[in-house]
Design a protein around this ligand. Structure first.
Ligand code: WT7
Length: 656
């Protein structure tokens, strides 16, 4: 490192706040700080700003109907279609030849869909789905990796008013079956396989295995991604995507008129109990919110080329690869593969080649890039970048500063966006053209978002003290319920801090946080039984039930421990049953069972066999202690334990 570099590095290390660069502010979509006050004074009508990002077939009557709180209704009686908003209106406005999706395959092939192309294929697939029997409000499941047919299928569903439920391709066959059963979904769109690090991966076998466990009749469409690289044949009630498109070539489908509150999609996510929660998002509120936050936070313009490196199988991909950018008419980049294939410079190559203006990724990726070294981004011209973003987990200041310096060249603001599957879009972040940035702190609540940090009694905590994050007012992108489980919806998010008698409803996201004097919020992480592995949300109870399902395991506790790259990693503490030994065989069986029931992302970092789990006198497992052991933290007092001696034993094993 040259002396100059070393000095720069040292300065950045010290610096605690960063002003948005003037060049950015000058052109920002939102740059008037008065927006915070404007939204506060004019709440909830301020949310018309979000609705104005869309074209409505029929105007809404009321911005917000709170009469059935916490089941809020937004933009009541408004009518619109999401696929019309993402496609037709841009084509009608003369953007037919603008790129909508620029797809980069892992092996180096590319595909560009203009808005015109995309509309054509969405029309054709919508016609095919109808022909298969899909009707308005039927849930269509998608189990696909990052190939263009995934967003096409989603928009085709939106066009005919059939909610989609996308299951992340890395999830297991079991996970697919559970989700299809829970939603009574009779249609599946999947593919034969995909490429990972150059290898052709079989996906259809996993899909078929899942379908075997679906308890009702299904129709399946299979995209041929691998061609001759994978031999497979279609089973009964399965059709090829390509053949269907050919059959319906040139057909158009009138976008179905949907009510603002009609379901646009379902997204299953993990919670405290073993069963995934079906988060329901609506057409009017969700789409307005995805568009508004893409405009105000990601600063997207129709002329931009924008890249979000998430997978569409998660909410980030739904809101910020697909719905937000396309509703604004932006060009969205979609990458099929991993960041280090064929080499560790893949992302920078994609950024340079596409002249990307705005880039959005996860802290876990940034930490990996840091570890790989600056020589990879240095080989490329990244000067097209204007704004950077992160999402999914807290970002440590070192990683923030590395991103700022080495990717943004100190010329791009960074938005650290806190939000959740349930919130539909960004909630806590700086507005990039307005506020100064504080590495490690996401920022204030967005205009109109009333985020506060409270103690266990619901009182606001003092600045700097840790507490629980809450959102005290509703917002358009919020989930409306948990599919077919309104009771759980209330219990999970609203019971903790609300006062139903006073009709006072407070949303509890189940995160810990602290707030500074200036209103900046630092999110500390989940306070429920959820671990955040590389920005992926996993329920420890789901993993635990997979572990105890193994013959030879008497009891298990699963916790998250700190991990340099992943943020958190999965640690399993397991008690072998009498007559079984906690050796390699049992370990493998536990790993297999977890991977089978959830997917490779839940693969434990370590499995620690122990004769006992540390328990309080009342018999509760001391999870906090297990987390500290896994993280290598200093341990607090163990004197409240019924069996303190087991702690030493476990620690020894971890160190081995
Ligand atoms: C949980 C939500 C939002 C899309 C990706 C994850 C954590 C998310 C941040 C951030 C600190 C964050 C929270 C949240 N989280 N973004 N910028 N800083 N923590 O969506 O799977 O629903 O997970 O991710 O703990 O509750 P999700």
């Amino acid at each position: 490192m040259s002396q100059e570099d070393a000095e720069l590095e040292a300065r950045l290390e010290e610096q605690e706040t960063f002003e948005p660069p003037e060049s950015f502010v000058e052109q920002a979509n939102v740059s008037d700080p008065g927006i915070y006050e404007e939204f506060e004074e004019n709440w909830p009508e301020c949310w018309e700003r979000a609705a104005e990002c869309l074209d409505w077939e029929e105007p809404y009557e009321e911005v917000l109907d709170e009469s059935a709180a916490p089941t809020y209704r937004w933009f009541t009686d408004g009518k619109l279609n999401a696929s019309y908003n993402c496609l037709d209106r841009h084509v009608e406005d003369g953007a037919k030849n603008r790129a909508a999706i620029k797809w980069e395959g892992e092996l180096g092939e590319t595909r560009t869909y203009t808005y015109g192309d995309l509309l054509t294929e969405v029309d054709e697939f919508a016609a095919a789905l109808r022909d298969l029997g899909v009707e308005e409000d039927d849930v269509v499941t998608m189990y696909m990796p990052m190939i263009p047919e995934l967003p096409i299928a989603m928009l085709a569903c939106a066009r005919i008013g059939a909610p989609h439920s996308v299951v992340f391709a890395g999830f297991s066959a079991d996970a697919l079956a559970t989700r299809m059963n829970a939603a009574d979904s009779e249609y599946l769109v999947t593919c034969d396989g995909y490429y990972r690090r150059g290898d052709a991966l079989d996906h259809i076998s996993k899909a078929n295995e899942g379908l075997d466990d679906v308890d009702h009749e299904t129709e399946t469409v299979v995209v041929d991604r691998l061609g001759d690289d994978l031999e497979h044949s279609l089973a009964e009630r399965q059709q090829g995507y390509g053949e269907l498109i050919e059959e319906h070539a040139g057909e158009t489908v009138e976008p179905v008129t949907r009510d603002a509150e009609d379901m646009l999609f379902l997204m299953y996510t993990s919670g405290t109990t073993g069963k995934p929660k079906g988060v329901k998002h609506t057409t009017g509120g969700y789409l307005s919110y995805a568009a508004w936050t893409s405009h105000s936070v990601l600063d997207l313009e129709p002329e931009d080329t924008y890249w979000c490196s998430a997978d569409i199988g998660w909410i980030t991909g739904h809101s910020y690869i697909l719905y937000g950018p396309l509703s604004l008419g932006t060009t969205t980049v979609m990458y099929e593969g991993t960041p280090d294939y064929p080499d560790k410079d893949r992302f920078w190559e994609i950024l340079e080649k596409n002249r990307v203006d705005v880039f959005y990724t996860a802290p876990t990726a940034i930490r990996a890039f840091m570890k790989w070294g600056t020589e990879y981004p240095e080989r490329y011209d990244l000067s097209s970048l204007r704004l950077l973003g992160t999402v999914g987990e807290p970002i440590n200041p070192r990683a923030w500063k590395w991103y700022y310096e080495h990717i943004g060249n100190e010329e791009c603001p960074i938005v650290d966006t806190w939000w959740q599957t349930e919130t539909g879009g960004h909630m806590i972040t700086t507005l990039p053209g307005i506020a100064e940035m504080k590495p490690g702190s996401a920022g204030p609540g967005l205009p109109g978002i009333d985020a506060t940090v409270v103690d266990t009694t619901g009182e606001e905590v003092d600045a700097g003290k840790a507490g629980y994050l809450t959102v005290q007012k509703p917002w358009p992108g919020m989930l409306r319920t948990l599919y077919r489980n309104d009771d759980r919806f209330v219990a999970e998010y609203w019971e903790e801090y609300s006062d139903p008698d006073a009709d006072d409803w407070v949303y509890f996201p189940e995160d810990g946080a602290k707030i500074d004097d200036d209103g900046y919020i630092t999110v500390l992480g989940r306070v429920d039984d959820v671990v955040n592995v590389s920005g992926h949300r996993l329920g420890t109870m789901e993993i635990e039930s997979a572990a105890v399902g193994v013959e030879g395991v008497a009891e298990a506790a699963v916790v998250g421990g700190d991990h340099d790259i992943k943020g958190e990693a999965v640690y399993v503490y397991a008690i072998p049953e009498d007559g079984y030994e906690g050796g390699e065989t049992l370990e493998e069986a536990v790993v297999d069972s977890i991977v089978d029931s959830i997917g490779p992302i839940a693969k434990p970092e370590e499995i620690i066999f122990t004769p006992e789990l540390p328990k309080t006198r009342s018999g509760k497992i001391m999870r906090r202690l297990l987390e500290d052991i896994a993280s290598g933290n200093e341990l607090g007092t163990t004197s409240t334990l019924r069996n303190p001696e087991v702690v030493d034993e476990i620690q020894q094993q971890v160190q081995e």
